[in-house]
Unconditional design. Structure first.
Length: 142
């Protein structure tokens, strides 16, 4: 439960108190969507979890005229930055991670990895939920 609704100074509805359960869900999502992109991004340089190149649609590096190895390093940097943004500026980082995951979903679909695309789509929805929760927390009158 978010608490009682009130009208704030901008004539927008706001909640007076954020339920502790909502706060714990927010913190859990923030840590998850901050840490996982950082770990996955770092692994783009080490390939300890998986050989990431196999999930890259071959047309992407061809269009960009770079090697898949270089492209995956760029992906790693983007993911690390996105994860850091979730920790530092969750109102921006959550939406960036969500958008990035939806781009990954398109790449996976083009490559025929439908099962992984479905998983990443679900992760993207979770990151979107984190962004929305941050908005709710910002509108709260405490």
């Amino acid at each position: 439960m978010l608490g009682s609704l009130k009208i704030n100074e901008n004539n927008a509805m706001a909640t007076s108190v954020i339920d502790p359960t909502v706060n714990s869900i927010y913190k859990l999502l923030k840590v998850t969507y901050g840490l996982l992109p950082i770990l996955a991004g770092a692994d783009k340089f080490r390939h300890l979890l998986v050989d990431w190149h196999k999930y890259l649609y071959p047309g992407v590096p061809e269009i960009l005229s770079i090697s898949s190895h270089t492209f995956m390093h760029i992906v790693g940097i983007v993911e690390i930055v996105a994860g850091l943004l979730v920790f530092l500026f969750p109102n921006i980082g959550a939406y960036l991670v969500s958008a990035w995951l939806f781009v990954i979903v398109m790449n996976l679909i083009m490559g025929g990895f439908y099962d992984i695309a479905l998983r990443d789509f679900t992760l993207g929805i979770g990151a979107l939920a984190l962004g929305r929760l941050k908005e709710v927390k910002e509108r709260a009158i405490i």
